[in-house]
Design a protein around this ligand. Structure first.
Ligand SMILES: [Zn+2]
Length: 232
């Protein structure tokens, strides 16, 4: 029994120790762009259960690398810069809908945007209306509201007026047992402002410390309380 306990502690320690800054910021090698292992296994289980109810859970967007996110960021930054906006104003604009490279939960492989492959739809998929009312993904949303927690998955950017940061996203789910650990490590390990200023991300030499620190608090930690660490 003692040995078993020791093994459990050791494996817990190893899992925690393995989350390196490179993994936390999407800079680790992930040639197949795959989801985190435990997340993938839990998703498979949830997909099988949903399929019995006629819902085909599909990942529209899963793992996303730092380089990909930086590409998106720099593209938007150039556009707004050409329109004459100040660095802090450009920052405000971009973070309405996009994350700062190195801060996306998609970097972790624990988070994903989900749609229903059995639904008939056209045009862009990640649109709030499509998940509500008689939208094509409302069956998926209802099913997830009822069952996702059983499988460890939680909505991240909930519809909650007290939540700060990103807009409501009815499609973005996180595998809580793993992503809670990642968030803890992220907050403990990453020297946020210093990191952002060292990564060739457009605007990072000009955006104020105060604006970056506000993003750290309001956006990175402005998530569903079920995904935050319990306060001691
Ligand atoms: Zn997402």
């Amino acid at each position: 029994m003692k040995l078993l306990l020791a093994l459990f502690c050791l494996s817990g320690f190893l899992t925690t120790a393995q989350i390196t800054p490179a993994v936390l910021t999407g800079q680790s090698v992930n040639p197949s762009n795959s989801l985190e292992k435990e997340t993938q296994a839990a998703l498979k289980e949830m997909q099988a259960a949903a399929l019995k109810d006629g819902i085909k859970i599909e990942v529209a967007s899963g793992y996303r690398s730092f380089n990909r996110q930086r590409q998106i960021w720099n593209g938007k930054y150039s556009k707004y810069e050409a329109q004459g906006l100040t660095p802090d104003a450009i920052f405000d604009k971009i973070v309405e809908y996009s994350t700062v490279p190195g801060t996306s939960r998609h970097h972790w492989g624990t988070d994903m945007d989900l749609i229903d492959g059995n639904a008939k739809y056209s045009g862009s998929v990640l649109v709030t209306d499509k998940f509500h009312g008689d939208g094509p993904f409302c069956k998926l949303k209802d099913w997830m509201d009822q069952h996702s927690t059983e499988y460890g998955f939680e909505l991240v950017y909930t519809m909650n007026n007290n939540r700060t940061g990103f807009e409501y996203e009815p499609w973005h789910y996180s595998y809580a047992p793993v992503s809670k650990k990642y968030l803890e490590q992220y907050l403990n390990q990453i020297d946020f402002v210093k990191f952002l200023r060292s990564q060739n991300i457009m605007g990072m030499d000009d955006i104020s410390d105060a604006r970056l620190e506000r993003y750290y608090k309001e956006h990175i930690q402005g998530i569903n309380a079920a995904l935050l660490l319990e306060k001691e």
